[in-house]
Write a protein that binds this ligand. Structure first.
Ligand SMILES: *Cc1c(COP(=O)(O)O)cnc(C)c1O
Length: 361
């Protein structure tokens, strides 16, 4: 363990970074800081110092998650631009879409969702986030996958459809604001630069320094913000980002570029640079695919529930946690190291379609 005093010189000045972030219009949507604590039972079982960052507790509803951090900046931006409608995208069980609808409702913007039916919802048994979207009163457009179409192509098609819709509304005098899938934009990632600082403050207060941080990575907006934040703090924590679906070959490069764009918004005199080599993603834990369960992830979900009484999800955090356990159990991470798992939410997935949940019990 390292004392607070030893840490001071190694890191950038948190107050300065916070001041830069305060320039942006921000909607106060969540409850921060989210809890951060040691998982005592699992630490003992796995032989590492294991901590968890509970972004499933971001609020504003019972069903929080990492997107709230990005949405504080995105919705703040939408509000400041006078948007009447917000459009966003995702799968039918998208956590991001649901959190966007909650956020819009709180600030009085009308949410419109274009959702891809990767797993086809059953009209007679609407579940999980899609159910919540309906209760929240979102306008929902479900895009069926076409034969021979990849997820990426279908998602491009849904963006084209939404943009036509936006043009129609705007031509009738209704300002619209587009939030990309996952809230992955330089504005959204500001929320995770802030999140990274929040975590650092909590670790300093507890007198710990993490060797590793694990989290699930999808659109990359969270990862971009974390990497940006780590650069600002001059932190040497190793971030291992577990992929949850097929990624393009240039995923690391694109994510680094997003991080740098986000850092660019802060108008620093000498902004630090996130390099492609800084990004460590691992594609070994999501198969057979996005929203398709696997046994290691189910085991991780059961393990965390049994040992610590808390829930992770089959699509994102279960796969990331399974990856982390494998790194620890296989000795890729030495015993005694300090490891942080960033819980990014998603537990509504436990109530999703059977195809998504798998053979959990
Ligand atoms: C969206 C999401 C992620 C991935 O975040 P990105 O910023 O899209 O990479 C991880 N976990 C959960 C539960 C999510 O909903």
């Amino acid at each position: 363990m390292v004392k607070n005093a030893d840490m001071k010189d190694r890191y950038g000045d948190i107050a300065d970074i916070r001041k830069k972030l305060e320039k942006f219009p921000k909607a106060e949507l969540g409850f921060f800081p989210t809890p951060f604590y040691r998982l005592n039972n699992l630490s003992e079982k796995l032989g590492v110092e294991l901590y968890i960052k509970r972004d499933d507790f971001t609020g504003a509803s019972l069903f929080g998650g990492n997107k709230i951090r990005k949405l504080e900046y995105l919705i703040g931006d939408a509000k400041s631009k006078g948007a009447e409608y917000v459009f966003t995208f995702g799968a039918t069980q998208s956590n991001h879409a649901m959190q966007t609808v909650c956020s819009c409702n709180r600030v009085g913007i009308k949410p419109i969702l274009y959702l891809l039916a990767i797993v086809k919802p059953n009209e007679d048994d609407i579940r999980s986030n899609l159910l919540l979207d309906k209760i929240l009163g979102a306008e929902i457009h479900i895009i069926e996958m076409q034969r021979g179409e990849t997820e990426a192509q279908a998602s491009e098609r849904s963006v084209r459809m939404a943009r036509e819709h936006m043009e129609r509304l705007e031509s009738q005098g209704h300002p619209c604001y587009e939030i990309p899938m996952g809230g992955a934009s330089e504005t959204g990632s500001l929320g995770f630069i802030e999140g990274c600082i929040e975590l650092e403050e909590q670790m300093r207060a507890m007198g710990i320094r993490a060797d590793y941080l694990f989290h699930a990575t999808g659109t990359g907006g969270t990862l971009a913000g974390i990497q940006g934040g780590l650069k600002l703090l001059a932190s040497e924590m190793n971030v291992i980002s577990i992929e949850v679906g097929v990624k393009s070959d240039d995923y690391a490069g694109k994510t680094a570029a997003l991080a740098n764009k986000s850092l660019g918004l802060l108008s620093l005199e000498r902004p630090p640079e996130v390099k492609t080599e800084d990004i460590h993603t691992d594609s070994n834990y999501y198969l057979p695919g996005y929203e398709i369960p696997n046994e290691a992830s189910s085991r991780a979900i059961r393990m965390l529930a049994k040992e610590e009484g808390l829930f992770i999800d089959p699509v994102y955090t279960g796969k990331a946690f399974a990856g982390m356990i494998d790194y620890i159990e296989s000795g890729k991470i030495e015993k005694g190291k300090t490891v942080v798992f960033w819980h990014t939410g998603g537990a509504t997935g436990l109530f999703a379609e059977k195809e998504i949940l798998g053979d959990l019990v």
